[in-house]
Design a protein around this ligand. Sequence first.
Ligand SMILES: Nc1nc2c(c(=O)[nH]1)N[C@H]1C(S)=C(S)[C@@H](COP(=O)(O)O)O[C@H]1N2
Ligand SMILES: [Mo]
Length: 521
Amino acid sequence: MTESSSRSSSGPSPNARMLGGVAAAAVSLGVAAVVAIPFQTQAQPLGAVGAVIVDRTPGPVKELVIQALGGLDKLFLAVVVLVAIAAIAALAATYETRRRPVGSVIFVVAGLLGCAAVLSRPGATLPDIVPTVVGTACGVAVLRLLAVRLWTVPETGHADGGDEPDVSRRLWLTTGGLLAFGAASGLLGVVVGRLTNSVAAERDVSVIPRPRIPAPPIPAGVQPKDVALPSFITDGADFYRVDIALSVPQLSRDEWRLRIHGMVDREITYSFADLDRFEAIEKAVTLTCVSNPVGGEYISTGMWTGYRLTDLLQAAGVSPDADMLLSTSVDGFTVGTPVEALHDGRDAMLAVGLNGQPLPVIHGYPARLVVAGLYGYVSATKWVTDLELTRFDRAEAYWTRQGWAARGPIKTESRIDVPKRGQQIPSGATTFGGVAWAQNRGVRGVEVRIDDGPWQPAQLGDAYSNQTWRLWSFGWQADSPGEHTLTVRATDNSGAVQTSDEAPTVPDGATGWHSVNFTVA
Ligand SMILES: Nc1nc2c(c(=O)[nH]1)N[C@H]1C(S)=C(S)[C@@H](COP(=O)(O)O)O[C@H]1N2
Ligand SMILES: [Mo]
């Protein structure tokens, strides 16, 4: 067979070589992860590459991934990147020979791209490439070593060295050992890096300001009885999460600064302690994501504690020509909020607390924006550190650049939570229910329809404010067995009925009626 003759002249099987390439890449990444521990999180090349991919992926594709995978989107990306790197490394290894280090050259190029990715992250400095450089050097060394020591069989002596038992045993042991070392050090680097950078402990002992005027208490009547609906105030642990942050920014209160600049009379930078001089406020606001499909889960209500943005901006003197507040988070994400939304009495805020606790780290600790009535992508910057006064005709924020609308007022929508799709309910009396929202207008009514029957008014939970959702329920006598469809629609306080026109989430939020099929037993 020609295969065995080529094996005897060029060493082990192609598979062994490719695995060796993967092992060399694993060592690169593992070493880089360990070396990155004392650096900031974005010095981790894998994370930086992932972040660049997230930024470069076309908006609609991102949207698809978010919709299809929900909270698993980040894991998915990590797997895709690792598989791609393994494939490139495997390919590189097949071209690495004693004389021609083509594989090494591919590794070096990959390392340079990694450095470029690290340097492209906001706040990156030159020393941040050290882990990538060291990791790449180790990977190349491993590849060279494999090529020279294990993949090349002496021309004389053994007849078929690649197949000789101890050579082949040594080859597999070495490759396996390198793979294990790479994986273990990578894991160690990531875990220790996360622990040392984590602000979770600081957050746990932090206190939030006491509001001068507490928010009105939540009346028991907001929550319909006899039906299991989401809690009117969403528990911090259940609050929906959407962001492009692959590793959650770890920003301590001491490090945090808020710079206000652009079209202002004077630039101001606040430290966290400076916030003490402003009046603390407390408000319940329902946050909604523009990527929430009809019937989707990307909506939650929080009791937010923080400061009015108008108070923070006042000392800077905002130019009357500025119509956009461009906010930036510590990881470079940007949001464009209409300046008019700061001045129309809705109390746009810099929030530092959620439900009486410091913000959870994934929800923006130590500080984020909350502006009622606007989808999160144009209002809710987490880990916010920079506010620039500018104009919509000059600046474009993250999601607008990806094809979303520049302005994103929340549309009137409603959702059925009970019954679940396909649920079987026993015949007899039953109660359906769900949520409806139209932030800043408020919900005036909710109607439901069974099959093609008439619209009937649902029972509404008490309204809390125009900035929060409204829970609803509907008692029904289930006495015709078989399949049925429940449909819901809301009416906001302007009198507008939720449209039946179906629109996708791009560019400015989904519309249409939510309906759910269920069976009566
Ligand atoms: N820094 C940062 N802030 C962000 C985002 C982000 O990707 N990065 N996503 C925004 C979007 S699209 C939404 S819907 C809200 C979600 O806030 P939550 O995760 O606290 O629910 O955060 C907004 N703030
Ligand atoms: Mo969003």
